[in-house]
Structures are given as structure tokens and as C-alpha cells.
Design a binder for this molecule. Structure first.
Ligand SMILES: [Zn+2]
Length: 318
């Protein structure tokens, strides 16, 4: 016989035997406010701390096709893999942490130490913006009373090319830092993320070269799409996948030719509107998809709780 041990004193373990659904409901309501609540077996081999680097292709994160049902060549060409290391302390409890190292892989001549420092500070705004918006909810399907809630935090580190990667990834992100933004083969003259891993950034006074853009490009590093379309004439329809991989029924219109929604639009978000600081629930689902890959055990189902948008617009609206 296994012995179940409660993390916090709870009546549920006593009522587990009589399987009264209203008791279960009552217990779940009572304890939903806790950081973690779980009846755990000490000898449970699956209940451990998980730590893995994941690779997720954007086709497993969202679908984006032209409104006329055709797929856009440009969207297809810009599919990418998102890489990050994720720590899920299912046993020891605490924050679930997404770890990314930014390796300075190319620094153009003339870029100063102060420029580099300023770029690092811009990038560290990612923590302030993306932290505290989401909680990872892990349900143990073999033990119904067990749901574990782990707040999601980001850990961003830096390295110069050739140095040890502080966050230990095999596929660190790269920064190519220029004085002026080099134009991409597609003619894009703004800071951007290339092939899902290389941030093309610059120190020039380009209006796009500000905190907003760094935060937005980081969203792409997580695997999130632009919520505007790339076709010159036809709008795109965007659908996100939920943590279990199923396609969400909501279809977002992504306007053609990169046209942004106005600030204040109900569908405004950081991935679709210049200078928006609004992170939405759908933008957390990718973390749930990643968490399911990290744990990789059908017994545990990862979902995302949206805590509301806790970031501060004042970050870049000074
Ligand atoms: Zn973008």
C-alpha cells in the first residue's frame, strides 16, 4: 500500500476513501489559493524535478494562413524553432524557470562597451515584462487531488562568444550587435530575430530600436507569431495552439502588409501592436506546450494560468 502524504494539512486525504465528489470540490476550492497542494507519495519515481532543453517548431505553436485559405510563402519561409532550457521543480516546488543565454556572437567595430551594457539592460527588461504573468498548472492524472502550481519566471544570462554558457544550453541565443541595422534579404530594416535564435540589434537611434522591440523579439524567441500579416494585399488568419496541442477555436485577423491594430483595440498585444505592453493569455500557451515536452510523461498534464498582465508600460514609456 502506498502512503499518500499531504503537503499541507487537508481534509481531502481523509475523504479520498469515501470518494465524495462534493468533498473533492470543496477541498479543491479551499486549496486552490495555495501555491501548491498535493497528496504525494514519497516513493513516486515520476515526481521529480525536470530540467530539459526543448526545441519547438512554430507549426506546433500556431497556424497562420492567408484569409483565402492559401498559405503564405513568406510565413512558411519564416517558420522557426524556438529553443530554451526549462526547469520544472515538480518535487521540490518553486518557480518554473525558462533559462536563456544571449551570446554576443558578433559585435560590429565601433560599438562601445557602453552600447553593449545598454543593450544588456534592454534585454533584461524581458524579465520585468514577461515574469509573473503566467503560472504553470501541472495535474497528476493518476492522483486527482494533485495539482501543482509553479509561477513562471525567466532567467536571462549573457556570454561573449567562446565563453561558457551560464544557463548551460546547447543552443544558446545569439546577439549580433551593429551600429546600424543591416537590411535583411526580405528588406527588413528593423531589429529582429533571425532563424529563431539570432537577434539582429543595433545601437542606432532607429525609432524601432527601443525596449518594445526587444520585448517583442523575445516573444519570437519563445516561438510566438507576429499578430499582423506579411502578405501585401490579403489578411492572414491566426490561430494559437493550447498547451495540450489542440488548436484554439479563436481566429485572429492578422492584417496584411504589417498593419497594426490601434493601441486600445481589444485584441491589442505586444506581438501585434507597436509600443503595446500588453501580454495576453494566448501568449502563455507556448510555455505549456514546452512544459509538456519537458516533463514528457502522459501522467502529468501541463496547463497555463494567466495571472493578468502584470508588466509595466512605464518600462519603455518614459
Ligand atoms: Zn515580430
Amino acid at each position: 500500500m502506498e502512503k499518500w502524504q499531504c503537503q499541507q494539512s487537508s481534509k481531502f486525504c481523509e475523504t479520498l476513501k469515501n470518494k465524495n465528489p462534493s468533498d473533492l470540490q470543496h477541498w479543491q476550492n479551499e486549496h486552490s489559493k495555495y501555491f501548491t497542494e498535493c497528496c504525494e507519495s514519497k516513493n513516486d519515481k515520476d515526481l521529480k524535478d525536470y530540467d530539459k532543453e526543448v526545441k519547438i517548431n512554430t507549426k506546433d505553436i500556431f497556424e497562420k494562413d492567408l484569409e483565402n485559405g492559401k498559405s503564405s510563402d513568406l510565413e512558411k519561409r519564416t517558420q522557426w524553432n524556438a529553443y530554451y532550457r526549462m526547469i520544472i521543480p515538480l518535487k521540490s516546488k518553486g518557480n518554473a524557470i525558462i533559462k536563456m543565454t544571449f551570446e554576443m556572437s558578433k559585435i560590429e567595430k565601433g560599438v562601445t562597451d557602453q552600447d553593449i551594457e545598454k543593450t544588456k539592460q534592454f534585454i533584461l527588461s524581458i524579465n520585468k515584462t514577461w515574469n509573473n504573468n503566467f503560472t504553470l498548472l501541472v495535474t497528476d492524472t493518476q492522483n486527482q487531488c494533485c495539482t501543482i502550481k509553479l509561477p513562471i519566471q525567466f532567467d536571462i544570462q549573457f556570454a561573449y562568444k567562446g565563453e561558457k554558457i551560464p544557463n548551460g544550453e546547447r543552443n544558446p541565443h545569439k546577439i549580433a550587435l551593429y551600429k546600424n541595422i543591416p537590411i535583411s534579404p526580405e528588406g527588413i530594416d528593423r531589429p529582429r530575430l533571425e532563424r529563431g535564435r539570432t537577434f539582429i540589434l543595433a545601437t542606432d537611434p532607429n525609432p524601432y530600436n527601443k525596449t518594445y522591440t526587444f520585448i517583442h523579439e523575445f516573444g519570437h524567441a519563445l516561438g510566438l507569431p507576429d499578430e499582423y500579416g506579411y502578405d501585401d494585399y490579403i489578411d492572414s488568419i491566426l490561430q494559437y495552439r493550447k498547451p495540450d496541442g489542440s488548436l484554439d477555436s479563436t481566429q485572429y485577423s492578422a492584417f496584411h502588409n504589417g498593419k497594426n491594430r490601434p493601441l486600445g483595440d481589444p485584441q491589442e498585444s505586444i506581438m501585434g501592436v507597436f509600443n503595446s505592453c500588453r501580454i495576453t493569455e494566448r501568449q502563455g500557451w507556448v510555455i505549456g506546450i514546452a512544459a509538456n515536452k519537458v516533463i514528457d510523461n502522459k501522467r502529468y498534464q501541463c496547463d497555463i494560468i494567466f495571472n493578468g498582465n502584470n508588466n509595466s508600460c512605464s518600462l519603455w514609456k518614459k
